[in-house]
Every structure is written in C-alpha cells, then in structure tokens.
Design a protein around this ligand. Sequence first.
Ligand code: PSU
Ligand code: MN
Length: 336
Amino acid sequence: RNTPKLSSRGLSRAFATNAPSIRIQKLLDRKAPVDIHPEVLDALQTKKPVVALETALVTHGFPSPENYALASSLEDIVRSAGSIPATIAIIGGRVKIGLNKNELERICQAPAVKISRRDIGAAIASKANGGTTICGTTVFAAAVGIKVFATGGLGGVHRGGELSMDVSADLGELARCPVGVVSSGVKSILDIGRTLEYLETLGVPVINYGPTREFPAFFSPRSGHYVPWNVEEPISAARILYSQWQMGMDNGALITVPIPQEYEAAGLEIQKAVDHAVAESEQNGISKSGKDATPWLLNRVGELTKGESLNNNIALLKNTALVGGQIAVQYEKLLE
Ligand code: PSU
Ligand code: MN
C-alpha cells in the first residue's frame, strides 16, 4: 500500500491534544481497515482545515475518464481555499481517507459498489472497491473527525416517496453525524418539498449560502421552497457549525450553495430533461429499483441533455468545493 502504516506513537501524542485524534486512536486500537493519507492525518493532528470529498459521484455519477479530471480538480480547488482535501473511498476492502494519485485513478476506473452506511461492512469483508455516497462519506468523515464535506447533489425523498418510502439514507446520516455538508441542494428528480420536511423532522439545520433563503434545486438556484436560515460569508456558516457542536449536539448540518448565476438559463432547459427522465423511470420500473434509481436518473438526464447537464454539474461541484474549503478554514480559526 502507498499509505504508510500509522505510527501509534505519533498518535498518542496527538491523542492528548485533540478530538479527531481520539477517534483515530480508537480506530487504530480496533485495527480498523482504515488508511488515512499522511497529509490528511497530519492536518487532523495539527488542526489544519480538512474537507471531505465523496466518490459515488465519480463511480456512479460521471463517466470515465472525465471523472478523474473532475475529482482531481475538486481537490485542487479545496487546496486553493486553504484546506486539505480528503477524498474518501473503499479500495480493495480498505477505507481510504484521502487518496493518492494511483488510488484516485483506480476508483475512477475499476468497477465499484455504491456505498451507503449499510453497505460498509459487506464491502470491507468482500474486499470490494466502493464509491461512497454522501451517506457513506459522512460516516467516514465523522469517524476521523472531519467537520466539513463538500459535494454536489444531496439524495432525498424521491417523487412518490410517500408511497414507495424511497428516502435517501443521506438524510438520516445528516442527523446522526457531526459533519457540515456543503451541497447544491437536491435535484428535482426528487420531491424537494418533502425532502425539506423530512430534514426538519430529523432536526437537520438547512442554511442557504447566499442573499436569500430559497433552497437551490441543483441545476437551478431556485426551487420555490424556502429554508429558515441563510448566510453570506464562510465565517457565518462556520459559526453556526461551531455553536451547534459547542453545545455537544452531534447532528450535522446542510449548507446549500446555489449554482452560479450564469448557469441558470441552461438549468431551466435541463429541468425539462429531468421531468422526462423521471416519467421514463416510472414507466420502466427503475424508480422501484432501490439504490440503482438515482444513478439511472443522473445518467439519463446526461443522455437527454447531450452532456450539458454534466457541464453544469461540474460548475456547481467546483463552487461547493471552494465554499467548503473556505468554511473549513474559518471553522478551524474558531477553534484556536
Ligand atoms: N444526486 C445528484 N448527484 C449525485 C448523487 C445524488 O444530483 O451524485 C449521489 C450522491 O452520492 C448521493 C447519492 O449521496 O447519489 C444518493 O443516492 P440514493 O438516492 O440512492 O441515496
Ligand atoms: Mn433510494
């Protein structure tokens, strides 16, 4: 393996100094199948800002080889904001917190399972490769004490979810892990209103990053649904996270970053393809296929828009990576 074995001596010094290291020490004590990239480990120990990045979007959301260019540019953007990126995946049954170049290439090319919380044990035991969803990535970020995670589209309540009960595990995970998830809202492949209701039930704060409280609909900055809070600066988002966790609360938070203005018009066109794809999924039964439903819809929207949706998707991912990097920097300053 390229990630050197963690030295438990170095860790016990860190153990005394901060909370992430206590968690890491516990993982080590259990000989957990986790490799923390040395740069990420150092950042966690010396309290540098770290931003988690997911891999289901590269294994199940984007085609190869574009996925590799995207994943590495998201890491670069997090760095440009002053944070250390920790792209998370399962490779050969080991949980990787931060990937080196070979590992990133591998997860972008090799067949991989889509990893939600419930897939973790089985994927490790069967030595699988896995792309972690927001749910799966949040589990691992929390396990090592990463506080900020930047991504694209959150899963949610599917249309018709009041009958099918197809509700993404992403929502429940935000309620149980102390991680601030920076995303562009949820795609209108989902029932946005019910997704927001469910987040409220779970006690997950939803904060829009921008001048209004309108919840963004991924391809569009507007959904017609409103959330209770908005902030306009990274420091303001960081203070909300800090205050919540200072109280000993252990739930996460959702911070939504609308797609940049110049993509709004294209977003409206893509919206039509979204409706078309949802109608098809109901006719062909994919909508009832469990974990395959979301990847199928994402792929179909890409086909219907001849790749236009992927361009918008890349733009918004880059934007959330930047804002996530900035929020992580401000959060660490509050801890000083
Ligand atoms: N929605 C998107 N893009 C994505 C996903 C959702 O617009 O890439 C991915 C994310 O990884 C998310 C997962 O966590 O799909 C949700 O899948 P499901 O609905 O099966 O929980
Ligand atoms: Mn589902």
